[in-house]
Design a protein around this ligand. Structure first.
Ligand SMILES: *Cc1c(COP(=O)(O)O)cnc(C)c1O
Length: 408
């Protein structure tokens, strides 16, 4: 048993954590080296600036790791995220990219936290930003960097972000013109949906950006291709991220924008999916259903609500029967606390056994609630590799398998 601070100790892997702690509650395993590697990859290879979308995982430790490895800009969506990142990283550039904000949040972000970049998708929001950034003497801000969010298709992504935000192409021209009047620096942003499985998602979006710019005939200083960069999960093997970067770069270069226009992206998932996994314990087995101690109201929201299949590994050495397909029930009393899977585990797994669930750094720990008293999870650091990685260099290129359409 290790009796010092868990936060400072680095375990070799999940099995050593189970041996040491035999935990009654879920344990979040963090891999700082994996987040650092993802950050360096984007900082070095994306042909522009990479903003970390904080909502994917707002852990202060993670934000610090990303900063230390070259991520200088942060996409924040609420005043709480603004405060959190500002407290952790006094010199970071914060960009308030939620298109619907309160005037008070805008005012605090601008005057107290140095935020200059805001996104919007309506004239009402533009007016709100202008009001929120006007000082007590009644002088309007002259240093606003504004991004008009364009609605684009989510059809190439696993999780849609198409219906909620973004101005329609038909209305984009007038909104870009109105925003140009107030902005020192004008950008166009969009989001193709999360876990975009092909670079073509960005091609169709950038074609829509081209049409919007042509309609508006205004000078554009920045194009922000948003998030959507994928990670690796069972049944979801995306092409290499370099393919996304080169396709985006090529199409960006052909847009009618200012000669010194910048290219931005806002990865959430891709920067942190590999950061964390989770240890859970089987509390009960009923046929092929395992009752585990985390679920839909914990770090497994996506497993329950969109049937996301996270990779799983049994952490017991004495299991031997061939693999079987299981579904999971979470710990709360709600029937909806159910994860269909299928999750492949040894056929003789039983109550008391531990399981590691991988690739939960993005939209995992961030979604945890305390519903029914089951929100606890102790974080510890581990040194081993995540269950899958886009950044290790030894991944088999799925372009060499025949189920991926080539873009070349
Ligand atoms: C959620 C979100 C992101 C991050 O999306 P990922 O799919 O996790 O990369 C980026 N930008 C905005 C505006 C978002 O809402």
């Amino acid at each position: 048993m290790f009796w010092g601070s868990l936060e400072l100790y680095i375990y070799p892997d999940a099995r050593s954590v189970v041996r040491d702690l035999a935990p009654d509650e879920p344990i979040i395993l963090n891999r700082p080296h994996a987040a650092a590697r993802a950050a360096r990859f984007f900082a070095e290879k994306f042909p522009g600036k990479s903003l970390y979308a904080v909502k994917a995982n707002p852990s202060p430790d993670l934000v610090r790791i990303l900063w230390d490895n070259g991520i200088t800009h942060y996409d924040v969506a609420s005043i709480a995220e603004v405060r959190l990142v500002r407290a952790e990283l006094p010199d970071a550039v914060l960009c308030f990219m939620h298109p619907v904000k309160t005037e008070r949040a805008i005012r605090e972000a601008y005057f107290e936290h140095g935020v200059r970049t805001f996104s919007l998708d309506t004239v009402e929001e533009l007016e709100k930003i202008v009001r929120g950034c006007t000082n007590e003497a009644g002088e309007a801000a002259t240093d606003l960097r504004l991004c008009v969010r364009l609605r684009v298709s989510s059809e190439y992504s696993e999780l849609s972000l198409a219906s909620k935000f973004g101005v329609d192409l038909a209305d984009a021209g007038p909104l870009l013109q109105a925003t140009r009047q107030q902005a020192d620096w004008l950008g166009v942003c969009f989001h193709v949906g999360s876990q975009a499985m092909t670079p073509f998602a960005y091609v169709q979006a950038l074609e829509r950006v081209r049409a919007a710019i042509a309609d508006a005939s205004v000078v554009i200083d920045m194009i922000d291709v948003g998030g959507g960069f994928p990670s690796v999960y069972p049944g979801m093997e995306p092409p290499p991220l370099e393919d996304y970067f080169s396709v985006i770069h090529r199409h960006f270069e052909n847009l009618p924008v200012a000669y010194n226009a910048e290219l931005w992206c806002e990865p959430g998932r891709a920067l942190c999916a590999e950061y964390s996994s989770l240890i859970v314990r089987v509390e009960k087995r009923r046929g092929e259903e395992l009752f585990i101690n985390d679920g839909a109201y914990g770090a497994l929201f996506d497993a329950a609500h969109v049937d996301w299949r996270f990779p799983v590994v049994a952490l017991e050495d004495d299991l031997y029967e061939g693999e079987a397909e299981f579904s999971f029930y979470g710990p709360t009393c709600d029937d909806a606390d159910y994860m269909k899977g299928p999750f492949l585990l040894p056929g003789d797994i039983q109550a008391g056994d531990f399981i590691e669930i991988g690739m939960l750094g993005a939209y995992g720990a961030a979604m945890k609630t305390g519903f029914n008293g089951f929100g606890n999870a102790v974080p510890v650091n581990v040194a081993d590799e995540p269950m899958a990685s886009l950044y290790r260099g030894d991944r088999i290129d799925p372009r060499e398998s025949d189920n991926v359409v080539s873009l070349r």
